[in-house]
Ligand binder design. Sequence first.
Ligand SMILES: Nc1ncnc2c1ncn2[C@@H]1O[C@H](COP(=O)(O)OP(=O)(O)OP(=O)(O)O)[C@@H](O)[C@H]1O
Ligand SMILES: O=c1ccn([C@@H]2O[C@H](COP(=O)(O)O)[C@@H](O)[C@H]2O)c(=O)[nH]1
Length: 238
Amino acid sequence: MTSITCRRILLKLSGEALMGPDAFGYHGETLAGIVKQIDEVAALGVEIGIVVGGGNLFRGATGALSGMDRATADSMGMLATVMNALALKDALMAAGVPAQVMTAVTIAHVGEPFERDAAVRHLEAGRVVIFGGGTGNPFFTTDTAAALRAAEIGADLMLKATKVDGVYSADPKKDPSATRYDELTFDEAIARNLGVLDTAAFALCREQKMPLQVFSIFKAGALKRIVHGEAEGTRVVP
Ligand SMILES: Nc1ncnc2c1ncn2[C@@H]1O[C@H](COP(=O)(O)OP(=O)(O)OP(=O)(O)O)[C@@H](O)[C@H]1O
Ligand SMILES: O=c1ccn([C@@H]2O[C@H](COP(=O)(O)O)[C@@H](O)[C@H]2O)c(=O)[nH]1
């Protein structure tokens, strides 16, 4: 196999991916498959930060649609991502992978409050750091939180692990004629309004010259192939 192309990565993990074929919550077998992929890469010595979404539990926009105050609904969404961070930490620890949860919203006894230097120390000590609570601010998403944490920890690469196998010309779940890109630029992704990542997250990656790889977390061994520099999903480049 080829040599490792990154030293430190930030993995944005879809919350919805954690529910596998179910309609809500966590699917044990799917979670185990994700943990296996993270373990494979951690075993190579790659430092791994993770931002996990909340789509398997709650999204603020859904709460707002049913009449909730948006900022309150977003706080609930952020708490959902903390729950996912704890579920992921538990599954990683059970598999023997050291992991630490850090939260953007302070919740005593649940995880450490996010602090950049401490996060880097955990990474250097070989712990997977799971960032819960998004950015800590309403009206944002975990995509933007991922781009932010990737920049803060000095990641070489941001990865978006999701349910589709890359960036398409349109949402492949809605348009079966959509075609997948192997590579495109941030300028192209923003100009074409490609909805796989929010525009704020695309823009932050572009500004920070942070390459992004979008891939399906359901493909066994995909994460390992990416850190070995092999083609997988779509690469978005500055
Ligand atoms: N141009 C596109 N290319 C690929 N996927 C797209 C595109 N436009 C929209 N999507 C949709 O974006 C989804 C992934 O992003 P989304 O933010 O909805 O979920 P997520 O990152 O999986 O987070 P969570 O489930 O935690 O909210 C895909 O499942 C896909 O249906
Ligand atoms: O910085 C953030 C990140 C997230 N939220 C809220 O959490 C949910 C779940 O996150 P997803 O990115 O949609 O998976 C999101 O819908 C927001 O309600 C937030 O407020 N701020």
